[in-house]
Design a protein around this ligand. Structure first.
Ligand code: HSE
Length: 300
């Protein structure tokens, strides 16, 4: 028996919402097929991936980790094959590991008819983030699983339907060599202590973003996207960060930030009118730093 699920890519943080905000993007998707066979019954997990760069060992693979923890908790004794078809490129900050993890959690839940509620399913999917980030974080998986804009932390995930006139332009610097365990590296450089002034600034921005989603006001969302804690540190990992941001703003973007842990950059727009111009401007910014990128325009 087998079950298939797909889950979309996502952007995390949205500036000041580090590890709390996630937004599903209607663009690239991962597909996961989970097959069970009870013949040998020694609980073996085999990973097959369309992307050879993805770890094939269950313990280092985001979908594999999800399956492993669900098998343990529900005492499943079958052998499991996990087939991952990657549509979301790994290592660029657009929730690639999360898309596989979310799809794996959905498919496994369906295969064994476990009837797990959605909050708990997010918990399982977050297990998969240990493979790339070293710890569980919920922002990408909750968005990938629930769709839309999600405010989340352990245990509770609040979903808000995004405004219909919100458009995003994502620039993925595909020619850039991203280190293995990139998310873990991008987290390790962050400050352990933060000045109260910066916390106040970011809380104000995060609150404005939530209000913007609740009131369906794209301009308000964009005004909140200004992070003075994480972004100033991480921007040095992204060649062309300043020009990508400046170019996008000059071309009509309302806000630009790092997507998740980077190195992709994401621009927020009201209507799709300037989207192609913003995409070209962002690509030019990366090009100036010697990096080739792929851009896409999408909606949440
Ligand atoms: N919130 C996480 C981070 C997202 O910024 O490290 C990683 O995709």
């Amino acid at each position: 028996k087998s079950r298939t699920a797909v889950a979309p890519c996502s952007t995390a943080n949205l500036g000041p919402g580090y590890d709390v905000f996630g937004l599903a993007l209607d663009a690239l998707k991962d597909k996961v097929v989970i097959k069970a066979s009870s013949t040998a019954g020694d609980r073996k997990i085999t990973i097959k991936s369309s992307d050879q760069a993805i770890p094939a060992v269950a313990e280092s693979n985001s979908a594999g980790l999800v399956v492993k923890s669900m098998m343990r908790d529900f005492h499943i004794g079958d052998d499991i094959e996990v087939q991952v078809t990657k549509g979301v490129p790994a290592g660029y900050g657009i929730g690639s590991s999360a898309a596989s993890a979310a799809a794996a959690a959905i498919a496994f839940n369906a295969l064994y008819n476990l009837k797990i509620d959605r909050n708990r399913l997010v918990e399982y999917a977050a297990e998969g983030e240990i493979a790339s980030a070293g710890i569980k974080h919920y922002d990408n998986v909750s968005a990938s699983l629930l769709g839309g804009f999600v405010i989340g932390s352990k245990g509770q995930f609040i979903r808000i339907e995004p405004p219909r006139d919100l458009f995003l332009v994502v620039a993925v610097p595909l020619s850039m060599q991203v280190p293995e365990k990139k998310t873990e590296v991008a987290r390790s450089i962050l400050p352990k202590d933060v000045p109260l002034k910066s916390v106040v600034h970011n809380v104000s921005g995060a609150a404005t973003i939530v209000a913007g989603f609740a009131l369906k006001d794209v301009e308000m969302i964009a005004r909140g996207i200004d992070d003075v804690i994480v972004e100033p540190v991480r921007k040095h990992l992204i060649p062309g960060y300043d020009s990508v941001k400046q170019n996008a703003m000059s071309a009509g973007a309302l806000a630009v930030t790092i997507s998740g842990a980077g190195p992709s950059m994401i621009a927020f727009l009201k209507t799709c009118k300037n989207a192609n111009m913003v995409a070209a401007a962002m690509a030019k910014g990366f090009e100036e730093a010697g990096v080739k990128s792929r851009t896409f325009v999408c909606r949440p």
